[in-house]
Design a protein around this ligand. Structure first.
Ligand code: GLP
Length: 239
């Protein structure tokens, strides 16, 4: 693991945007794994600006998102599909058919998880995966206890994740209790991983993930087994 210490959230977002921008302009074909949540918001803002200023065509880029809430349709403002369109896809020159987010309102959720994994395989895997991390060290929506061998699956969200994400909803009762999430095995198959973490409330999750025991109780700790992970963080005392 390589860790890069940045001054603050803004610098982390700019650094991440530059890394992704560089990959995009120096590849003939790229499969980008994308994350949601508050952490990457500013990164998408900087990245959109860079791509637009340089008139970059994104037809060679395919995106694959980490997760989606069960029961929220793309039209729902709280869905991750809506988030991605609002914050990135609609702002840049990417064909919508090149973007993939799990379908949280699929009639057969199990079939949807299989379709998603097969789609990633057909693409030849993810080249660069962007990740955030939850306070309980969850990555995507893989909660503590998730098998390191897991592929894309339907997840029951923990109370702490529901509480953390309630800030995006009117009330805690509105937060879906399930999600479709890429599995830890799926994430580990990415060729390169860029994890962003900002603010002291993520400190313990980072320490446990990268300096603690590798255990399924700490989903982020699986990343210690990946050969190409960069952590961009403003958290003191992490390196
Ligand atoms: C959410 C998402 C994750 C994200 C994490 C942290 O539940 N499913 O992909 O990395 O929790 O969120 P935030 O960046 O808002 O702190």
């Amino acid at each position: 693991m390589r860790s890069v210490k940045v001054k603050n959230y803004d610098e982390m977002s700019m650094e991440a945007a530059m890394i992704v921008f560089d990959k995009i302009v120096h590849s003939n074909r790229l499969v980008l794994g994308l994350a949601t949540g508050s952490t990457p918001e500013k990164m998408y803002e900087y990245l959109s600006d860079m791509l637009n200023k340089n008139k970059v065509d994104l037809s060679h880029v395919t995106t694959v998102n980490l997760d989606e809430y069960v029961g929220l349709s793309p039209e729902d403002a709280q869905s991750y599909t809506h988030y991605m369109r609002r914050i990135f896809f609609d702002k840049v020159n990417i064909p919508l058919e090149n973007t993939n987010v799990p379908n949280g309102v699929a009639e057969d959720l199990e079939a949807e998880t299989k379709r998603f994994d097969e789609g990633i395989e057909k693409l030849g895997g993810v080249d660069l995966q962007i990740l955030g991390i939850g306070r309980n060290a969850h990555i995507a929506f893989n909660e503590p206890g998730t098998s390191f061998d897991s592929n894309t699956h339907v997840v029951n969200l923990t109370e702490s994740t529901i509480r953390d994400n309630a800030r995006f909803f009117h009330s805690m009762e509105d937060v879906p209790t399930q999600a479709i999430s890429l599995g830890l095995n799926t994430i580990m198959n990415a060729k390169e991983i860029l994890l962003m973490a900002s603010g002291n409330n993520k400190r313990q999750a980072l320490l446990d993930s990268f300096h603690g025991e590798v255990t399924e109780d700490v989903p982020g700790s699986v990343l210690q087994r990946h050969h190409n992970v960069t952590v961009l963080t403003d958290i003191d005392g992490f390196n």
